[in-house]
Design a protein. Sequence first.
Length: 146
Amino acid sequence: MKYKQILIGTDGGDLMIPVYAHAAYLTQLTDATVHVAYVLDSAKFTGYRIDESSNMYDVNLDAGKQIVVKGKNELVSGGVNEDHIVTIVLDGHPAEELEMYADSQDIDLVVIGTHGRKGFDRLLIGSVADKLVRGAKVPVLIVRSR
């Protein structure tokens, strides 16, 4: 199978470095376009007053833009042609937004990292990767980040 469109879901953390490396490798093998997506979970701002909420949203939106630029730079450093990289900041629940974006952009493969949490920590925190594996219509490559 030849991948033409690869999606990376990123949280911008340092643990994303192996995810970018795997995606860069696959992108170079297949000459695919890689999409770097950060999802701003705006539901986190619902408990704030409107003026505080909008300011926090803007601050986090700017941070999301910086995160995808950082991802793009990592991919370029890994040998991916800059013309083959798309960056986007989405708004909503991370797993759902990544699934919808994958559908709308004809993504062939989703690459995402996981912290490898187990047991109670996983239940408390939830797992975007786990939800993507269960809900995505395309293959999902999970890269363990530690």
